[in-house]
Every structure is written in C-alpha cells, then in structure tokens.
Design a protein around this ligand. Structure first.
Ligand code: PBE
Length: 279
C-alpha cells in the first residue's frame, strides 16, 4: 500500500466519540504511538454522531474508520471488521462494573446488595439494547417494560425481598431516592433504565440523569450522584479510578468480556489490522 492510497481511502481520519471516554484516551496515548498514526486526524464528537456517520458511509459504501467496542448492536446491524491489535495496545478486555459514591452501601444496603448480585448475559443485554434502540429516544422506559414482561420473575430474582412477595412487593426502605447517573452508551442506557424500572417496582424513587464520563465521575466523587453502572475496569476507566478511587466504591461486575476496537466496514477488504492503517 502506498501513502497516496491510504490518504485517498480514509482521508487519514478516525471518527471518535466523547473526548472524556476512556477509549479516546487509549486511542490517543497508545494506539496512535504503537501503530504510527501520528499524522491521522482523530475526530472527537459523540457516540450518536459517530454512529450517524457510520450509517451514512455504510449506505454509500464509503470508507470510514470508527471507534467502537464490544458488545455493541452496530455489529449486528452492519457487517464490520474489528481491526486486529497484534501489539495488544487496547489492553486485555475489561469487565463492566457498577460503581457507587463512597458510603452508598452503608446508606442504602438493600439496593447495594441487589446491585452487587446483578449479572447480565450477552443475549439479555443485546436484546434489551435492541428493543431500546428500536423504541427510539424518550421511549426507553416503555422498551424496558416490554422486556420485563417477557422475563417474568426477573424483578424478584434481581431484587429479592424477605418472605418472597413476587415482582410487585415493596423493598425494605421503599420511598428512598436513588440518583443513577449514566453515560451516553448503550450498555449504560440499558442497565440504568432496567434498574430504574426494578427500583420503581420495589417502591423506590430513582432519578436518572445522563452525563459524560468526566462530569459523572466528578459528581459521584462529590456524592452528588449515588451510582453508575458502566465502569469499564481495570483498563478503560483507570484514569478515573486513579483520580477518584478513594471516594468511590466498586459494587461489583455485571458483564464481561468486553473489548475496545477500531472498526471498518467489511467492504474495505484490505484493512483487517491496525497495522494496515499506516502508509
Ligand atoms: N466505551 C463504552 C466507554 C466505556 C463504555 C468503551 C465507549 C469508554 O470508552 O469510556
């Protein structure tokens, strides 16, 4: 491949996501250096605009290099190639953790215990994400309610109350407010809205609010937020754990494995590895 060809092919541009995401940090600090992409332009924007640009390019069969991660519904909607990382620069793959403000488990032991026991399979997560995406913005709650209808007994399994009592029994300290923050990423949206519904069914008053990683970790560290469910650890959100770790409490992991990657549409036949991007 000569220089001209790659220049023409991609415009040497990577369509990124939120600047304060862990993935953008690793992309700039590690991937660029390890694979000699110093002269590439990395566009930071939002996940929504990255996905919109992927959709546009895909429909026109235009070349595009995007910042993606797994699990993600984009892999079932589009035929994409995850670029190989022979140098292991992205790291080994994280688990998704629920992280609370320090003291939350003492203040809200029942909810903390439920969240600690939370686990999701790939099928359940991608089904729920798909239903939320299909329902559209503002309809997340309806989609979760549909999903819960298809999974009778789920609330009782995730949020057991003493003496049984089924999906509609109230929790021990029902009426309490729980402030849930979430990132603009699908696994965060799905898990947070799911727990909003579970907590409401148990009689709590959850408030949900979307924030970017920087502001949300800051809010948790100050105690302005109680919980967020999309901490990618130990690698992707290391910078935030290093900075705020002593003011946070790791409630537990609920999903894995995951990976970070750059991806291209599979019609870009000769691009399969990060090494193929360099001139
Ligand atoms: N992500 C999705 C996040 C974590 C979850 C990979 C875009 C990040 O890079 O921080």
């Amino acid at each position: 491949e000569d220089l001209k060809k790659n220049e023409d092919k991609f415009g040497k541009k990577i369509i990124g996501i939120e600047a304060s995401s862990g993935e953008m940090g690793i992309l700039k600090d590690k991937i660029v250096k390890e694979y000699g992409l110093e002269d590439w332009k990395i566009v930071s924007s939002s996940t929504a605009s990255m996905l919109a640009e992927l959709d546009r390019s895909y429909k026109q069969e235009k070349p595009i290099v995007t910042t993606l991660w797994s699990p993600h519904w984009a892999y079932s909607k589009y035929d994409l190639t995850k670029l190989k990382d022979p140098k292991g620069a992205w790291g080994k793959g994280d688990k998704i953790h629920t992280v609370a403000r320090k003291g939350f488990s003492q203040d809200d032991p029942t909810v903390a215990k439920w969240l600690k026991g939370f686990k999701m399979s790939e099928k359940d997560l991608t089904d729920l994400e798909g239903m939320i995406t299909d329902a559209g913005k503002g309809k997340e709650q309806d989609a979760v309610k549909e999903w819960l209808k298809k999974h009778p007994g789920y609330v009782n399994k995730m949020a057991p109350v003493a003496g049984g009592g089924g999906d509609t029994a109230k929790g021990k300290d029902a009426g309490k407010t729980v402030n849930l923050g979430y990132f603009p990423w699908d696994e965060a949206i799905a898990s947070t809205y799911l727990w909003q519904n579970i907590l409401e069914d148990r009689g709590y008053k959850p408030n949900v609010k979307q924030l970017d990683p920087g502001p949300l970790y800051t809010a948790l560290s100050k105690g302005d937020m109680d919980v967020q469910m999309d901490s990618w650890l130990p690698t992707t959100h290391k910078q935030y754990m290093d900075k705020y770790g002593d003011k946070l409490s790791d409630i537990g992991k609920w999903y894995g494995p995951t990976s970070l990657e750059l991806s291209v549409p599979s019609y870009m036949k000769d691009v399969n590895s990060l090494e193929d991007l360099k001139d």
